[in-house]
Write a protein that binds this ligand. Structure first.
Ligand code: FAD
Ligand code: DHB
Length: 385
């Protein structure tokens, strides 16, 4: 079995790469270890930068995004019992869009299959050779080999690609908290996202549709989900979002819940020979800055363009610059995600001095146009090229 580009992982990175390569006339096979139902329903990201929505739209998979995506022009920082708006569009000229990762994955799977693409679910890659490029995978109880020109490692943080890069340098930071995320059948209590800092911990109010809310609570990293009844979750959210003017959080049936650890991680370089890492396979950010999916998309745009140049002209210049081009953007997003996380969460180990500094930092961001502009520029997303 042979293809031009073997793609390991059918998350947003792998599926979008396969779609973009197809538009450039380049063949690929996507190998995804889980089943279709699982990847289409795994609740994760929701906030898309304009660069992400632009590429989905321009590559012809933006039809449902345009119909159902919720365009946002600002966000709220809430602390000390009051809200402070950051007018993203006024400050940057750009918008952000709420459209769930599950929906992007559904759109991309449907489009790849409609275009005759080769996307294999329940196909787990067990080994790969980055020099005589090939991947070995298990599917239907048998072992297969897929020969190729290039391998794209889009298999997320726990995949097989990153360990196949020798001499990798890694950088990481673990945080002393996690997020408990819920999906609830209740109209959002807000039009714009609310990022709240409270002595009890961070909380985020996001949304999925006019009828479905998505909310997150800072919890401890070893939190037992079973200890959180629906009533306890809603009470805690209400306490952390409370304002002096009596703002009200609406509650409703919770349809999904999970706990996610928070981590910063970067692996350098993002390439070994003919293997290219993209997305969570190469880097992780804590979700506070809403950057993970957007970074996966920008890696893939850079990789698709580099492969297209290689096949069209024989030039390896863009492929050789791939890792550096991605890492510049990755480190900016790493810093912003760390910054937003530190600004908004309660560090259980912080000294009183550090807590006062954090409050001063929040006051500064809320009151300074320059600080808001910096937050907005990073949140709405910096240019890809
Ligand atoms: P993944 O989505 O992890 O996909 C990798 C795929 O590879 C998986 O389907 C996996 O099954 C498959 N795989 C693994 N190993 C193998 C193997 N050996 N063989 C074959 N297949 C394999 N990002 C944002 O931009 N905005 C947000 O608002 C945001 N919010 C988030 C909220 C939460 C709670 C979480 C957890 C994440 C959030 N993120 C957000 C991050 C975002 O979800 C990830 O960065 C994104 O999923 C990365 O996509 P990916 O394709 O690189 O990796
Ligand atoms: C969502 C997740 C985030 O991490 C974030 O910063 C904003 C929104 C969401 O799931 O909607």
């Amino acid at each position: 079995m042979r293809t031009q580009v073997a793609i390991i992982g059918g998350g947003p990175a792998g599926l979008l790469l396969s779609h973009l390569l197809h538009l450039w006339g380049i063949d690929s096979v996507v190998l995804e270890s889980r089943d279709r139902e699982y990847v289409e329903h795994r609740q994760r990201a929701g906030m898309l930068e304009q660069g992400t929505t632009d590429v989905l739209r321009e590559s012809g998979v933006g039809e449902r995004l345009d119909r159902e995506g919720l365009v946002h022009h600002g966000l709220e920082l809430r602390f000390g019992g009051a809200g402070h708006r950051v007018p993203l569009t006024d400050l940057t000229g750009r918008t952000v869009t709420v459209y769930a990762q599950t929906e992007i994955v559904k759109d991309l799977v449907a489009r790849r299959l409609a275009d005759g693409g080769d996307v294999r679910f329940e196909a787990e890659v067990v080994s790969l050779d980055a020099s005589a490029p090939a991947v070995t995978f298990r599917s239907g109880g048998r072992t297969h080999t897929l020969d190729c020109d290039y391998i794209a490692g889009c298999d997320g943080f726990h995949g097989v690609s990153r360990p196949a890069v020798p001499g990798l340098r890694t950088f990481s930071r673990d945080y002393p908290f996690a997020w408990l995320g819920i999906l609830a059948d209740v109209p959002p209590s807000t039009e714009e996202l609310i990022y709240a800092n409270h002595d009890r911990g961070f909380a985020l109010h996001s949304l999925r549709s006019p009828h479905v809310s998505r909310l997150y609570l800072q919890v401890s990293p070893d939190e037992d989900l079973a200890a959180w009844s629906d009533a306890r979750i809603w009470d805690e959210l209400a306490a952390r979002f409370a304002t002096d003017d009596g703002w009200k959080l609406h509650d409703g049936p919770i349809t999904d819940r999970s706990v996610t650890p928070m981590r910063s991680f970067v692996a350098e370089p993002m390439r070994h020979d003919r293997l290219f890492l993209a997305g969570d396979a190469a880097h992780i950010v804590p979700p506070t800055g809403a950057k993970g999916l957007n970074l996966a998309v920008s890696d893939v745009i850079i990789l698709a363009r580099a492969l297209a140049e290689r096949y069209a002209s024989g030039s390896r210049t863009l492929l050789d610059g791939y890792s550096d081009a991605c890492l510049r953007r990755v480190w900016r997003a790493e810093h912003f995600s760390y910054w937003m996380t530190t600004l908004l969460h309660v560090d259980p180990h912080a000294t009183d001095f550090e807590r006062r500094l954090q409050r001063s930092h929040l006051d500064y961001v809320a009151s300074s146009d320059a600080a808001k502009a910096s937050l907005a520029e990073n949140y709405a997303g910096l240019p890809i090229f």
